[in-house]
Ligand binder design. Structure first.
Ligand code: ATP
Length: 231
């Protein structure tokens, strides 16, 4: 899916004044996997949220596959899966199985089809042992894996993932990276501080102080990021 961002500015209420979180961001993202890197507070999550239609630009537009993220948010919702940095924020149903099934609600599938797809996803994501556990009883890493499973079961065209491996052990980090970077999987916009993971994406963008300051092959963008770091 091609993401076209034009003159994007995002603001937020900050007491008496309005803070500018992102400004003058213009780019086209059309790689299968794109890493978004940059310092804490630079605006990466804000950019991810704008692409997912989760915040309203103060200026500019974002189109995903030609759909305006503000005016055509509903059409976009089914095609785009969003993984929040804090998985507890998106794990909402009582049990693991129900949480994964929620994604498939309202799609005209029979109960049997839903059960079959959910079971397949739970096995694939090594979550079957936890299927009947209350979501809130899972560890934070297990919740992060559940959130990914619940997004991918919906077979979105684009996954926007905000630090999806931040809570995982080495084995699961590797498995999730493999899944997200799968050539046959959905397109992925990946916010990450894991520069090795960023290096494995097709393209990267560097955000600094609310501006997109570099876009290109990950090795070049990571080198530009490293130049910004104090010696
Ligand atoms: N409601 C708000 N009011 C004021 N400032 C905000 C608000 N929301 C976010 N910010 C600021 O906007 C900036 C960008 O935040 P964002 O979460 O996009 O950063 P980030 O690059 O994802 O950071 P991190 O790597 O720490 O996750 C930060 O400085 C943050 O403090």
């Amino acid at each position: 899916m091609t993401v076209q961002i034009s003159g994007l500015r995002v603001e937020a209420e900050d007491g008496e004044r309005r803070a500018v979180l992102l400004d003058e961001v213009t780019c086209t993202l059309s790689a299968h996997t794109t890493a978004v890197i940059g310092e804490n507070g630079s605006g990466k999550s804000t950019l991810a949220r704008a692409v997912g239609g989760l915040n309203r630009p103060a200026a500019g537009t974002v189109h995903v596959s030609g759909l305006d993220t503000v005016r055509q948010a509903r059409q976009l919702r089914r095609r785009v899966g969003f993984l929040f940095a804090n998985p507890a924020a998106q794990v909402i149903m009582p049990t693991v199985r129900e949480d994964v099934a929620l994604t498939l609600r309202g799609r005209g599938l029979s109960r049997g089809e839903v059960a079959e797809r959910v079971d397949r996803a739970l096995v694939e994501h090594e979550l079957m042992d936890l299927a009947d556990r209350p979501c809130l009883s899972l560890s934070s890493g297990q919740q992060q894996r559940l959130a990914l499973c619940a997004v991918l079961v919906g077979e979105p065209d684009l996954v926007i993932a905000d630090e999806p491996t931040s809570l995982l052990d080495a084995r699961h980090r590797r498995a999730v990276a493999r899944r997200l970077l799968d050539a046959d999987g959905p397109d992925v916009l990946l916010v990450t501080h894991d520069l090795e993971l960023a290096r494995r994406c097709e393209e990267a963008v560097l955000i600094d102080g609310g501006r997109l300051v570099r876009q290109g092959p990950p090795a070049d963008v990571i080198a530009a990021y490293e130049e910004l770091l104090p010696a």
